[in-house]
Design a protein around this ligand. Structure first.
Ligand code: PMP
Length: 308
């Protein structure tokens, strides 16, 4: 068991005392940017491997720029704050790390981004499986559409944008599915509620391109690199039609929380046999080794932390 701590207003405090006021701008208007980072505990090495820490903070800083937010910390500072909090928390199990940059000014009826105070907070929770990765999941095409980037910036993790993901995931779960797939307003495929989507069809590995309003996922980026390095596959980024998914040979979702998850069904139609695909299984096995620091070739993606 670790200690429940947070980094809040410049210092490490017990999570229970990290509180914001009811008038906080971000609470009313979703004016915040967050990240989701995994720390993977490797029991045989007795070390924590934080996955792609720097890249997560680079994305957070991009979100801050969009929200006119200056949190006065460089990517390097944020990485060091995170390492310090992980050491102080002493978790010896898989963890989820949640940085949050938010408009902290306690002012309502203030529809603007400029001239408002911002702050940065960080918390850690023990975290096992987000989705059961051992079996293919059942997905539903959501009745909610992924907003277009012209409605709200979609390439970074803006808090307000997650209302759509939450509506979609709730709808899917309440209808008995495991996850939602959101379409763009033009009906093309965008992504899952918290994952990017890949489809293998006729030997081509395809994912929605950057202009399809999906988050520019860090796991997505790993899949590009692993597919090319290990399997000699160059991924095609393009528009995907909903019915292409029905006819795909394999479909999988990628995300920090979800890792690489096989999709067995969409809208009650089996994808191929409905079982985990051969390629999905191979890339999943590789990815699980990499995130735990068990693959030297990709150790550059891991920040190794010893807990003494
Ligand atoms: N899309 C959305 C909407 C997400 O919330 C996430 C999770 N961060 C992803 C895709 C996957 O991104 P990443 O691989 O960086 O976790």
């Amino acid at each position: 068991m670790g200690k429940e701590l947070a980094f809040f207003e410049g210092k490490i405090v017990p999570v229970g005392s990290a509180k914001v006021g009811i008038m906080t701008h971000a609470l009313h208007y979703g004016t915040a940017v967050f990240e989701g980072i995994r720390g993977n505990w490797n029991p045989s090495k007795e070390k924590m491997y934080v996955f792609r820490l720097k890249e997560h903070y680079e994305r957070l800083i991009k979100g801050c720029k969009i929200l006119n937010m200056d949190i006065n910390n460089s990517v390097e500072d944020l990485c060091n704050i995170t390492i310090d909090l992980i050491k102080a928390s002493e978790y010896k199990e898989d963890i989820y790390i949640r940085p949050l940059a938010y408009k902290s000014e306690e002012k309502v009826a203030n529809l603007k981004l400029h001239e408002l105070e911002s702050n940065f907070a960080l918390m850690i929770v023990p975290f096992g499986n987000y989705i059961d990765n051992d079996k293919p999941i059942r997905c539903q095409t959501s009745s909610w559409r992924r907003p277009h980037d012209s409605m709200m910036p979609t390439g970074v993790k803006l808090s307000g944008l997650y209302t759509t993901s939450i509506l979609a995931k709730t709808e899917a779960i309440m209808a008995g599915f495991d996850e939602a797939i959101l379409l763009n307003f033009d009906g093309s495929v965008s992504e899952g509620s918290g994952e990017n989507l890949f489809m293998l069809r006729d030997g081509n590995l395809v994912t929605p391109s950057e202009t399809e309003n999906c988050l520019l996922g860090i796991t997505r980026d790993c899949v590009f690199e692993i597919a090319s390095n290990e399997f000699g596959i160059e991924i095609i980024s393009r528009k995907i039609h909903r019915s292409e998914i029905y006819l795909a040979d394999e479909v999988f979702l990628t995300g920090t929380a979800a890792h690489i998850t096989s999709v067995g069904q969409l809208d009650n139609r089996n994808i191929s046999s409905g079982n985990i695909g051969e390629f999905t299984k191979k890339i999943q096995d590789k990815y699980f080794k990499i995130v735990k620091g068990d693959d030297q070739k990709y150790i550059k993606w891991c920040t190794e932390i010893s807990l003494v």
